[in-house]
Write a new protein. Structure first.
Length: 239
């Protein structure tokens, strides 16, 4: 297990950068997969639900916990961080629209974010015109979320990364990070592991996942296998 952050960075910047890259990749994937006829609606629902809860949780922890810590150390950052919180409100509106699309996920979950049902490959049988309408609505809502997230991160990172380096101590980040992990909703957690593996180096991912609670760590190999399978399906390459 690593005890130091990857070189040329801080723990706070590394973890935040990886989280942002996951959001970029995952939002782009949902927009693309929504109209792919080989991707089952259940797989789309799982990714949609993962994105809605994780994006909301991410920006809520920033607004309610991280921003106040930074402002307390550097009051001059208040206006810039306040503007980012206003962008979070616009993201919430886009997430509301995405969450409202009536695409259901009937597949059971084993409580660790792992899909335990069979028959996840191929398009849903008998989907018909209604399924096509659902895909179109999901695509439109997913594109809005993708574009909002990508634009927001382009604004946020030049402000946030220097603030994390300069105004958040390692102890403060550890406290914040542990709070985030403890309160993250348990929705398709295996997808987070899979996306992290795609966007980070092995050393970075090992470092980030070292913060998981001990009861979860033995599940990582199975979560990785499930993520590989599900991401292949979402990209239309699953068998």
């Amino acid at each position: 297990m690593l005890t130091d952050p990857p070189k040329d960075s801080t723990v706070a910047v590394t973890e935040t950068r990886l989280a942002h890259e996951v959001h970029r990749v995952a939002t782009a994937l949902l927009a693309e997969a929504a109209v792919h006829p080989a991707v089952p609606l259940g797989a789309l629902a799982q990714l949609r639900n993962f994105l809605v809860v994780n994006l909301r949780h991410h920006h809520e922890t920033e607004d309610e916990d991280l921003w106040p810590r930074i402002v307390a150390a550097a009051p001059a950052t208040a206006d810039a961080l306040g503007a980012l919180s206003e962008e979070h409100e616009r993201l919430d509106a886009a997430l509301d629209r995405l969450a409202a699309v009536a695409v259901s996920d009937s597949r059971p979950d084993n409580g660790a974010g792992e899909d335990v049902a069979a028959g996840r490959t191929g398009a849903d049988e008998g989907e018909g015109d209604a399924g096509g309408e659902v895909r179109a609505a999901l695509h439109d809502a997913a594109v809005a979320v993708r574009d909002t997230v990508h634009a927001h991160l382009a604004h946020e990172e030049p402000i946030l990364f220097p603030a994390l380096r300069d105004h958040v101590t390692p102890a403060e980040w550890t406290d914040f990070s542990q709070r985030v992990i403890a309160t993250t909703p348990p929705v398709a957690g295996h997808l987070m592991v899979g996306f992290l593996d795609e966007v980070g180096t092995p050393a970075e991912v090992e470092f980030v996942l070292a913060g998981l609670p001990e009861p979860i760590r033995p599940l990582l190999p199975a979560m990785r296998r499930q993520a590989v399978d599900d991401l292949r399906i979402l990209r239309g390459t699953g068998s």
